[in-house]
Design a binder for this molecule. Sequence first.
Ligand code: ATP
Ligand code: MG
Length: 137
Amino acid sequence: MEQTFIMIKPDGVERGLIGEIVARFERKGLRLTSAQLMQISNETAELHYGHLKNKPFFGELVDYITSGQVFAMIWEGDEAIKNARALIGATNPVEALPGSIRGDMALNVASNIIHGSDSTESVSREIALFFGKERVA
Ligand code: ATP
Ligand code: MG
C-alpha cells in the first residue's frame, strides 16, 4: 500500500471541479484518507515548489498557487503515486491525453488545475508540509 499527496489548485477549486476530480480517484480504486480546503502561504508555496526556484515562471507559479484556496488530499492504494499521475495526465494540458484530468479539464500549463507527487520522497515532504509530520506513513 502506498500514499500519495494530491492537491486541486485554486483554479480547479474556483471552477467547482473538486467533486468530479474526487470521483475519478474513487472510481479508479484509490482511497481518500485526509482532505483539507486551505489557503497556503507564500512560504509554503516556495517550499512546495523549491525545485523550480530558478525557473523564469517561479514568481508566477507562487502567485497562482496562493491566489485562492487549494484542496489538499492524501490518497492511498497500490502504486498510488503512478496511478494518480496517470489519472492527472501530462504537465502541459496541450499534451495531456483526453480522458486524463488535465486532458479533459485544463487548457494551459500555467493553470493546470491539479498537482500529484512524483516520488516517495516528494510524498513524504509534501504530506509533512501540508498535513504535518505525524501523517507521513
Ligand atoms: P505538479 O508538480 O503541479 O503536479 P508536474 O509534476 O506535472 O506538476 P512540475 O515540473 O513539477 O510538473 O511543475 C510544477 C508546476 O509548475 C506545473 O504543474 C505547472 O503548474 C508549473 N509549470 C511548469 N512548467 C511551466 C511553464 N513553462 N510555465 C508556467 N508554469 C509552469
Ligand atoms: Mg511536480
